[in-house]
Design a protein around this ligand. Structure first.
Ligand code: GH3
Ligand code: MG
Ligand code: MG
Ligand code: MG
Length: 312
């Protein structure tokens, strides 16, 4: 294994501190077990989880099971070349954005062209240089993770968006099912929010939503789902607490929000309230859709009963 001058590794380390290296699962396919060993030695110290395959025929099973954040493929292999694998990966909507790095012993223009035509994001040639491999993997993962993060966040409030919340809730519902425990799904909806917009302007309405998003994030545990569902509607997901406890947290929030003071541009102050509806897995439903429906029914009742309260 080649040894590199320590100043090069230091330079890389200063750009990508190991402690801040993006986390990731890498699936590496190369028919040469020695290359797999080198890649493991080079990448494992950075904290990546590695799945190493020397037989491309196991590729699809391993891809499904490991759900990697990046693929590293050998361009030349018997049975299925990396180019074959990459073409199929790119045609599957689930993997069409997965970063793919090729490693090839061939450096001729035709190989390079084939590799990129198959859908590669990057390419390095053998022998593998440690700084080059590390730098390329880190850059690629960091960029794709920034993209992924952006696709999960609601820009106005900075909290999760609906899409991310559905993913998280689905994951927690599976967990709840396996462990035979309840899960609570809550819709929070601002009261008479249209009036706030009409009276003080849309910008002030936006500011209310943004501040409320921050408050929601602070008010619940990191493992709770906290998201903007859309408009002036937020959702909360609780796993691992009792319904009594969930209600207590929501009612504490109700009190906090009730005390907030917002300022208009001409120094008026106003307050806001919200109402909530809570549904319980498995009693009220097994899917996000069913729980949403049940929580929405409870929310409607809370509104009808005079707002500023939570109904189950
Ligand atoms: P209720 O108490 O029954 O929920 O009354 P409401 O006025 O809150 O409900 P309604 O559904 O009639 O109105 C919701 C309003 O929320 C309408 C829309 O202008 C406002 N809204 C939705 N999204 C945004 C947003 O992103 N920014 C701002 N400023 N307003 C928004
Ligand atoms: Mg090979
Ligand atoms: Mg609404
Ligand atoms: Mg409303």
């Amino acid at each position: 294994k080649p040894v590199f001058p320590s100043q090069i590794m230091e330079a890389i380390a200063s750009i990508f501190q190991k402690s801040h290296a993006p986390e990731g699962k890498l699936l590496v396919v190369d028919d040469d077990a020695q290359i797999l060993d080198i890649i493991r030695t080079l990448l494992e110290p950075w904290g990546f989880t590695l799945y190493l395959l020397d037989d491309p025929r196991q590729f699809w099973d391993t891809l499904e099971k490991s759900a990697p954040d990046m693929l590293i493929l050998d361009a030349q292999m018997p049975n299925f070349s990396g180019i074959d694998l990459c073409q199929v990966v790119r045609n599957d909507p689930r993997w069409s954005n997965l970063p793919v790095l090729f490693i090839s012993a061939q450096t001729d223009a035709q190989t390079v062209q084939q590799v990129f035509a198959a859908g590669a994001d990057d390419y390095i040639h053998k022998p593998i240089l440690e700084p080059e491999l590390v730098a390329r993997v880190l850059c690629r993962l960091e960029r794709s993770q920034i993209h992924r993060k952006l696709a999960e966040i609601d820009p106005l409030t900075g909290i999760s968006n609906r899409r991310k919340s559905v993913q998280d809730i689905t994951r927690l519902l599976h967990l709840a099912q396996r462990q035979g425990k309840p899960f609570y799904f809550v819709i929070l909806d601002l009261d008479h929010f249209k009036q706030i917009n009409d009276q003080y302007g849309h910008d002030i309405g936006d500011r209310v939503l943004s501040e409320l998003g921050k408050l929601l994030k602070q008010s619940f545990r990191s493992e709770d789902v906290v998201a903007r569902w859309g408009g002036e509607e937020f959702v909360i997901g609780f796993y691992g607490i009792t319904s009594k406890n969930a209600l207590k947290r929501l009612n504490d929030l109700l009190e906090t929000v009730q005390k907030l003071k917002f300022n208009t541009n001409n120094h008026q102050t106003f307050g806001i309230t919200f109402s909530g509806g809570m549904a319980e897995y498995p009693k009220d439903g097994h899917s996000v859709e069913m729980l949403y429906h049940a929580a929405d029914t409870a929310l409607y009742q809370a509104k009808a009963a005079g707002r500023n309260q939570i109904f189950i």
